[in-house]
Design a protein around this ligand. Sequence first.
Ligand code: SAM
Length: 263
Amino acid sequence: MIRLFVADDLSPGARIPLGPDPARYLLAVMRRGVGDTLLVFNGRHGEWRARIAEAGKRGAVLEAEAQARPQTLGPDLDLLIALVKRTRLELIVEKAAELGARRVRLVITRRTNADHANIARLQAIAAEAAEQTGRLDVPDVVAPERLERLLAGWSPDRALVFCDEAGEAEPLLHLLVRGAGGGGGEAPEGAAKFRRTAAILNGPEGGFDPAERDGLRAAPFTRPVSLGPRILRADTAAISALALWQAAAGDWAACPATAPVPN
Ligand code: SAM
């Protein structure tokens, strides 16, 4: 069933005008017409079945009929990603939407080779990925901010892991399993916060510079983590970290740390 993200409020009989692009996709590409139904969601009112009420050259109008799924949100997980080359950044935003990141915050570090990004395009990629993946919201893509400024204004109740390819760092999975009370070591409450409202920070192609790494390690709300012995490209690292987090602490049927490992 086709799913479309719309900005409009959704209620029985609500009329939802579609602009030229979504209308062309629906009518010309997907060859739907008046009377056909699809699913719409707006990130606030759940998912609704809607019918094409009007169709024309310049647009279309949908009419919401009934709620198909109540509004739910995935885990409160932010991905902070240092600006990388456009195609890789677009891939990261698309995969972050599929992997359930709530927000994608773009970061300018000392080794990023850009200080701006096409937010409208990235937000459209996030919306298209959300439509495909079945989630009921679209991650916000937040405009680039300098790392120092971002840390200075950081809310300490959001634990931040930063993927540190260069330093001694605990494996991300180990930190998350300990936070669930497994694996021994530091008292779990020190690690538990990384399983709740959390954020994952990835560096750029050139990595973090030593002063940045020191600043990150000195912050009380951060923890360096390792993604294994090999240096991963920024997109691979971001996707791996999100997948690990969802599997260990998120909505991938989180495996409790004490669950027996299936043989
Ligand atoms: N400085 C790296 C080098 O020596 O080539 C390049 C950085 S890597 C391409 C981009 C980012 O991915 C890093 O800053 C880090 O955040 C993350 N990353 C890559 N491999 C990692 C690993 N094994 N453990 C933790 N983070 C990793």
